[in-house]
Design a protein around this ligand. Structure first.
Ligand code: 4NP
Length: 152
């Protein structure tokens, strides 16, 4: 059975579109279904931030066709694994959960790959360097997720 994974950040224009594109690039469609969403509604319907599109392109991944959507409580029914980019996203997601089963699906994306602070920093107000760092953090986490799903 396909594993359904949802990547979540605040705006769904910088970090989670990258996480969606990166994880999709590591596994085929028969194995995994990946989507992304934001906890906020500011950018619904918009393309990913041009800096995220550029950094993905640098590594051979096209995320330009993605469109922003907001996370909703229905996503708990649809997805098996829900990854939050930072603790604030995590809290916003869990606040919409109706039971323990839903809460158990949610984890910080970096909970295994980055022992120190476990958060993908928000790159929105920073420079291009921030997007390179974000790409590398997300890529390392997605390697572990892809390995786990392959060995299931
Ligand atoms: P993201 O970054 O959560 O990685 O998509 C942000 C995008 C937009 C805003 C904040 C963070 N904003 O305040 O509009």
């Amino acid at each position: 059975m396909r594993t359904k994974v949802l990547m979540v950040c605040l705006g769904n224009i910088c970090r989670s579109p990258l996480a969606e594109g990166i994880l999709k690039s590591k596994l085929d469609k028969e194995t995994i279904q990946v989507d992304s969403a934001g906890t906020a509604s500011y950018h619904i319907g918009k393309k990913p931030d041009s800096r995220s599109i550029s950094i993905a392109k640098k590594y051979g991944i096209d995320i330009s066709q993605q469109r922003c959507r907001q996370f909703t409580a229905k996503d708990f029914d649809e997805y098996d694994l829900i990854y939050a980019m930072d603790r604030s996203n995590y809290e916003n997601i869990v606040a919409l959960a109706e039971n323990e089963n839903a809460i158990a699906k949610v984890n910080l994306l970096l909970h295994r790959s980055n022992a120190t602070n476990k958060e993908v920093p928000d790159p929105y107000y920073g420079g291009e360097d921030g997007f390179e760092e974000v790409f590398q953090l997300i890529n390392a986490a997605c390697n572990l997720i892809a390995q786990d799903i392959n060995h299931k």
